[in-house]
Write a protein that binds this ligand. Structure first.
Ligand SMILES: [Zn+2]
Length: 131
């Protein structure tokens, strides 16, 4: 489903895909990540410094072809960062192996309120495996 140029994935769909090794979940919340917990195994690239870290992000997700962005509600920051990455990749015209850039519908808050797994570690990066 595409809205404003980004495609969304539901929590149920993400949950069914998460065991696949080619997916990276990218949390772009800012300080909330440290006190609200996070999706197990997700990477953190805060929206306020996202543009400066795009090349780090691309390095970090080298083995992945599907990226799922989210923020708290996935209404503003998540889709904005997803679009920013997509337009960056279009500009550099370099094949970095990323095929799909998706946004998690309802964000972390929706994920958590549906009773899906939440990790509360303080490791950077989170070392939890996908579920
Ligand atoms: Zn964790």
């Amino acid at each position: 489903m595409a809205r404003n140029g980004v495609s969304f994935i539901t929590g149920a769909q993400l949950l069914s895909l998460r065991r696949r090794p080619n997916i990276a979940v990218i949390d772009v919340r800012d300080e909330e990540r440290s006190y609200d917990g996070h999706i197990p195994g997700s990477l953190h690239f805060a929206s306020d410094s996202f543009s400066d870290k795009i090349s780090d992000l691309i390095q970090t997700v080298k083995q992945k072809d599907t990226l799922v962005f989210h923020c708290a509600l996935s209404q503003v920051r998540g889709p904005t960062c997803a679009r920013r990455l997509a337009s960056y990749l279009e500009e550099v015209k370099e094949d970095v192996g990323i095929k799909d850039i998706l946004v998690l519908e309802r964000g972390f808050n929706g994920w958590e309120s549906s009773g899906r797994p939440v990790c509360r570690c303080t490791d950077i990066p989170c070392k939890a495996h996908n579920l």
